[in-house]
Design a protein around this ligand. Sequence first.
Ligand SMILES: [Zn+2]
Length: 281
Amino acid sequence: MTSERIRRTDGILAGSGVALVSARSLQAVVLASLVILSPGSAHGFGVVGHAVASAVAETRLCVRAQEAVAHFGRGRSLGQLSSWADEIRYVPAWEHSAPWHYMNISDDEPLERYRTPAEGDVLWAIDEFEQRLGNEALAFEDRADALRFLVHFVVDIHQPLHVGRQADRGGNAIGFRIDGERTNLHRLWDSGIIARNTGSRDRYIAAVMALAEANAVDWAAAAPREWAAESKGLRTFVYDFDRAPGPGYLDEAGRLLHQQLARAGVRLAATLNGIFCGSRE
Ligand SMILES: [Zn+2]
């Protein structure tokens, strides 16, 4: 985003084609969701991660994308729509959606050679629901579901272990204790690392927002396969511990998650802007 797109004046984010959003009221909304919602989701970035990335995206939508979110989201915010895909994955009618939250790829397989399996994966799902959301020939219900899926999956693919090794089920099979509590590597990256930051939520959101603003132009231009390649590229760090992640690992993981959530927010907005305004900016 260019500097003239958003100007910060008296706590107001303003710019042509961008909603007038009070930074303070936005933060209040995110803080409320952080307080109310526990970060204990078992699958996908936890509820808090989705809420933070969605809040970043909300500040970056073009006017027509804002209107489309209000319409197809039935008046709900991106944050309020963002965890539906996790809530319905065990409902029989939606069981087939479970593989859409992640992808398995071995260490030595380049993303360019990767092929989506028959049941689908997160790369397929992002492409599919992006197309459906923009397809004016489809029924309202189909496009409303497409929005709810898209909002979720663009964020999930930024969780490094959602672009995972099949052998350990994306880190789910790697258990350990942290602060006396049993957890596993996947859950740690879904919600455990974010939960460690609850003492400084103001700074957490501010840090993610600042990263998003500083890097938006580069990040918005990348394609989903590049998003997946970035997540896969974090593997060297993600697996770099002995029996259990220590304090140094957790600090660095926290910084990496700021970056991943900021990227996810920027790209969620870019995807929606591309559909409804014809430009990813
Ligand atoms: Zn998910």
